[in-house]
Design a binder for this molecule. Structure first.
Ligand code: HEM
Length: 328
């Protein structure tokens, strides 16, 4: 596996997820100021308008692919808009797949993704530059924070890239898995419809079972003991959230989808510690608005075929999810 700190790394380090404390604390605080609860609230309103439209279109179709017609149709339109970067959906999908393949082993799947995306890499670097930021978006605010000295000079495009890398595919994966589980558990779908407050629980429980980011890594900076294992300095350690989330010491019958669990939301899908997901409230806002809009319109969501997972290193995401929507 590659080490981002070493010469020949395939890209520059992320200025947030690949920097250590104490530097990381200052970066995180600056971004947290931009992502204030007020900002997220205003985004939620924009999500709602698009969610209504996506849900109407899906209902009109009746038989849908939950991935193309719900998750992609929604997230690929709202997220770039709040980020304030105009990127065609097909390219977001391509670069997202590349990113999550790159986080994993240097295998044939990664080679194929790199070959597919090599013609657009110059464009990708360009689209993250200041002149492409849309007014009022998060990307513009990142550049302004750099101007104000709150973020290190030259890091703004890399921050925009980090948000793109972290925020799109993960959220689509989580919403897709939630739809899949609700379609398989009509009793729990009914419970969520009866109490929309439970949409949160359904999303969290699907995130537990199908952690979008299956594994993240750390590298030891010195000799250290971890869980009784001695590790030398410079050892890459995988933190397998997908496995942790099904630990039978933590969850009864861990493979069961159950929105009534006492431990709902205790999963590790957003990570833990200093680097815990900074965008989790945005992912939740997206999930709640699109699932809410859909559930208000349906009596039932039925499986209409076998879902297929998309093979991407380190990312657990559906490729297709055939569903039948029964109108309310
Ligand atoms: C369901 C959706 C999401 C999942 C499952 C998810 C998962 C994660 C995980 C596991 C980490 C920790 C990585 C590590 O430990 O190295 C993380 C960090 C991060 N996430 Fe998310 N994420 C989601 C949505 C988002 C969204 C919507 C955004 C942007 C608005 C975002 C931005 C970030 C950033 C910038 C970091 C780095 C934080 C840091 O290093 O301090 N994520 N995410």
């Amino acid at each position: 596996m590659s080490d981002i700190r070493k010469p020949g790394a395939w890209r520059a380090r992320s200025p947030i997820s690949e920097v250590d404390p104490p530097e990381h604390g200052g970066v995180r605080a600056a971004l947290q100021r931009i992502l204030s609860p007020l900002v997220v609230k205003s985004w939620r309103e924009r999500f709602a308008a698009r969610a209504e439209q996506v849900a109407d279109d899906a209902l009109a179709r009746g038989e849908i692919d939950g991935v193309a017609d719900i998750t992609e149709s929604f997230v690929l339109s709202v997220f770039p808009e709040v980020l304030g970067v105009s990127v065609p959906p097909e390219r977001i999908k391509q670069t997202g797949e590349l990113n999550f393949n790159q986080l994993g082993p240097n295998n044939a799947r990664l080679a194929a993704a790199m070959e597919r995306t090599s013609p657009i890499m110059d464009w990708y670097a360009q689209v993250l530059q200041r002149e492409h930021m849309l007014p009022g978006g998060f990307g513009e605010k990142i550049y302004l924070a750099e101007d104000a000295g709150e973020l290190a000079a030259g890091t703004a495009p890399l921050h925009v890239r980090s948000f793109f890398r972290a925020g799109v595919d993960t959220t689509m994966a989580g919403i897709g898995s939630t739809l899949m589980y609700l379609s398989r558990h009509p009793d729990q779908l009914d419970a969520v419809k009866a109490d929309p407050g439970k949409i949160k629980s359904a999303f969290e429980e699907a995130l537990r079972l199908e952690a979008p980011a299956q594994v993240m890594f750390r590298v030891t900076t010195r000799d250290v003991e971890l869980g009784g294992v001695r590790l030398r300095a410079d050892t890459k350690v995988g933190y397998h959230m997908g496995a942790a989330n099904r630990d039978p010491r933590q969850w009864d019958d861990p493979d069961r989808f159950d929105i009534r669990r006492q431990t709902i939301g205790v999963h590790r899908s957003f990570g833990v510690g200093a680097h815990v997901c900074i965008g989790q409230m945005i992912a939740r806002a997206e999930a709640e608005t699109i699932l809410g809009a859909l559930l208000r319109r349906v009596k039932a969501i039925e499986p209409a075929g076998t879902p297929r997972w998309r093979p991407v290193n380190t990312l657990r995401t559906l490729d297709t999810l055939p569903l039948r929507l029964v109108p309310a």
